[in-house]
Ligand binder design. Structure first.
Ligand code: FAD
Ligand code: PHB
Length: 390
């Protein structure tokens, strides 16, 4: 098989890259280890920055997002039993966020690719990448047990944190920057109408909790937990008791309860590799970096990377010029490090660290008090939360 860009991974990064390339008249093939049903049902992130929602609309993917996405103009930071509003829209000159589940983004992208005759191979096995330091990279894989090979001009490494592309780069090329957090998030989806219009980020002495939603009938909640928390120890009753303890405010606000339809634990880390390119291999999204979910940035960063990568590839295929491609990693990393800083900062401000002493707790509360009372501090949070410019 021959194509211009071979893409490994049909997550947000790989599918969006394929779609943006198609809009530029560039052919690609996407290889995905999982089935279409699996990736279209995988519960993950839910908040789209204004920057991401704008990109989706510009790319012709805005119709269902506009209809079904929940537009939000603020968030709450809650501590000491009180919710403090941060008015994102007012603080950023009219920008906002949209709650729209990651798997809905995936469904829209898969449908757009298939309608345009795009090639996505699901359920592929034994994917390996070759010769990407030359002008003729190759991807080998098995489909239905048969060996296949793709010849291409570039490889898009969009295969997530546990993919095969990053480890295929020779030792010594990449530098990794990493921080682990000594906690995870236990997340649930519940069939219950959201009881707050806006997301609520809660600092509580028993640990962080986050109130979010997916639709007018589905609430999404998270609790800070141990990184290796055993879900078997968390029957629904215990989850609800802990949620209510952390969320309930002195004015009587608390989440509505309902049947739990999904439950999982996510570990938390910050991770960046530099550079994000090697020869004709370009890494994008979680293959190159991970953020803790407190800033709601993982999916948004993946989309931002491929918007920059698609521009570089378009320049190359139109004119043979490589300036944008050569600067891909540098361009992305400037923004990525700012988003890393924001995600680390939100995480540090809102979670309980076992190593913290009373001083640290007083400092965290002072920071929350500052952020919710100083317009300068709120504005900084708001402009990062709605998404820095590309
Ligand atoms: P992915 O979405 O991981 O896509 C990579 C794709 O590559 C996958 O479909 C995978 O199956 C495929 N793949 C992997 N290896 C191969 C291979 N060898 N061959 C072919 N295909 C392969 N972010 C938030 O902002 N908020 C959240 O609440 C949140 N929750 C999360 C929960 C979980 C469990 C996880 C894992 C992530 C979460 N994230 C969250 C992060 C966010 O979902 C990711 O940042 C986002 O999915 C990144 O997109 P991506 O396309 O780079 O990678
Ligand atoms: C979510 O709705 O899943 C969500 C919202 C905000 C975050 C992380 C996750 O910071």
């Amino acid at each position: 098989m021959r194509t211009q860009v071979g893409i490994v991974g049909a997550g947000p990064a790989g599918l969006m890259l394929s779609h943006l390339l198609h809009l530029e008249g560039i052919e690609s093939i996407v290889l995905e280890a999982r089935s279409r049903e699996y990736i279209e049902g995988r519960v993950r992130a839910g908040v789209l920055e204004q920057t991401t929602a704008d990109l989706m609309a510009e790319a012709g993917l805005g119709e269902r997002l506009k209809r079904e996405g929940l537009l939000h103009h603020g968030i709450y930071l809650s501590f000491h039993g009180t919710r403090h509003p941060i008015n994102l829209t007012e603080l950023t000159g009219g920008r906002s966020i949209t709650v729209y589940a990651q798997h809905e983004v995936i469904k829209d992208l898969v449908q757009a690719r298939i309608e345009a005759g795009g090639q996505i191979y699901f359920d592929v096995e034994d994917v390996s990448i070759h010769d990407f330091e030359t002008d003729h990279p190759k991807i080998r894989f098995r489909k239905d047990g048969r060996p296949e090979e793709i010849d291409c001009d570039f490889i898009g490494a969009c295969d997530g944190f546990h993919g095969i592309c990053r480890p295929s780069i020779p030792a010594g090329v990449l530098t990794a920057f990493e921080r682990h957090y000594p906690f995870g998030w236990l997340g649930i989806l519940a069939e219950a109408a959201p009881s707050s219009e806006e997301l609520v980020y809660t600092y509580h002495e028993r640990g962080f909790a986050l109130f979010s939603m997916r639709s007018p009938t589905v609430t999404r909640l998270y609790l800070q937990c141990a990184p290796d928390e055993d879900l078997a120890q968390w029957p629904d009753d215990r989850v609800w008791t802990e949620m209510m303890t952390r969320f309930r405010t002195t004015d009587g606000w608390e989440p509505n309860q309902g049947p739990v339809i999904q439950k999982g634990v996510t570990d938390m880390r910050s991770f960046v590799i530099e550079p994000m390119q090697y020869g004709r291999l370009f890494l994008a999204g979680d293959a190159a970096h991970i953020v803790p979910p407190t800033g709601a940035k993982g999916l948004n960063l993946a989309i931002a990377d491929v918007a920059i990568l698609a521009r570089g590839m378009a320049q190359f295929f139109k004119s043979g010029r490589r300036e944008l491609l050569d600067r891909y990693s540098e361009t992305c990393l400037r923004r990525i490090w700012k988003v890393q800083r924001f995600s680390w900062w939100m995480t540090s401000m809102l979670h309980r660290f076992a190593s913290d002493n009373d001083f640290d707790q007083r400092r965290q509360l002072a920071e929350l008090d500052y952020v919710t009372s100083s317009r300068a501090a709120m504005t900084s949070l708001a402009e990062n939360y709605v998404g820095l410019p590309l």
